[in-house]
Design a protein around this ligand. Structure first.
Ligand code: CA
Length: 229
């Protein structure tokens, strides 16, 4: 378990130092942030193995951070342990509903915290096996959020990635623009104008797939289909 990265978002300096010290003693690499914005940015950039999240933070509170991380494709699999103050029952409940994996109430012993972290990491590794979708020379690594063509990482935006993931997950099945809008963009009951968004993104995605572009087949008046092998 050594050298896994943990992001600690906590504005109380003494807690921050204490936790950081103890986690480093356990062999973890520890990144820290004392404000909400910086914490969120670091999480998105570094994709740590786990986030320790204080709920009462300046700028963006912990619940908002939790919600954002769990709604973002890149970070939604990162387990979160909330650091909560006594007497904030409702925050705990909301946090768990938003997708946090566990919480620990202050004051806590470093040893207890380390045990919780290890348990959560173990659980998350069990429930999230590596997921890679493949067709021809395309490899869509959902775990790493990476597109590879002939084994080389290729540039792709978050929406294009999600679009390709949805298409590749339903190989050989036609997906209507409405279904794609709902699955990729989260739009329900879309109007005609929005379906152009799908066409535009499919166009961009095909360019990025190069020689594999033909795998995304336009099904006239219906939508799109991904052809596998
Ligand atoms: Ca705080």
């Amino acid at each position: 378990m050594a050298s896994e990265t943990i992001l600690l978002i906590e504005d109380e300096k003494n807690i921050l130092e204490l936790v950081k010290y103890n986690l480093e003693q356990e062999g973890f690499r520890v990144l820290t942030a004392t404000k909400g914005n910086a914490g969120l940015e670091t999480a998105l950039k570094e994709k740590p193995a786990l986030v320790l999240l204080d709920l009462m933070l300046p700028e963006i509170n912990g619940l908002e951070i939790c919600k954002t991380l769990k709604q973002t494709e890149k970070t939604r699999r990162i387990p979160i342990i909330m650091l909560t103050a006594k007497g904030t029952e409702s925050d705990k409940v909301v946090g768990l509903e938003l997708g946090a994996d566990d919480y620990i109430t202050k004051p806590f012993s470093p040893r207890e915290l380390v045990a919780r972290i290890k348990a959560v990491l173990r659980r998350s590794q069990e429930k999230a096996p590596e997921e890679i979708l493949r067709s021809g020379t395309i490899e869509l690594d959902v775990t790493k959020h990476e597109l590879r063509l002939k084994g080389k990482p290729a540039e792709i935006t978050a929406k294009e990635f999600e679009l390709l993931r949805v298409l590749m997950s339903s190989k050989e099945r036609v997906l209507t623009r409405e279904v794609l809008l709902s699955k990729v963009w989260g739009y329900e009951n879309s109007v005609n104008i929005e379906t152009r968004t799908v066409d535009m993104h499919v166009g961009q995605l095909r360019k990025k797939l190069g020689k594999e572009a033909d795998r995304i087949v336009t099904v006239k008046s219906v939508g799109y289909r991904f052809d596998g092998e």
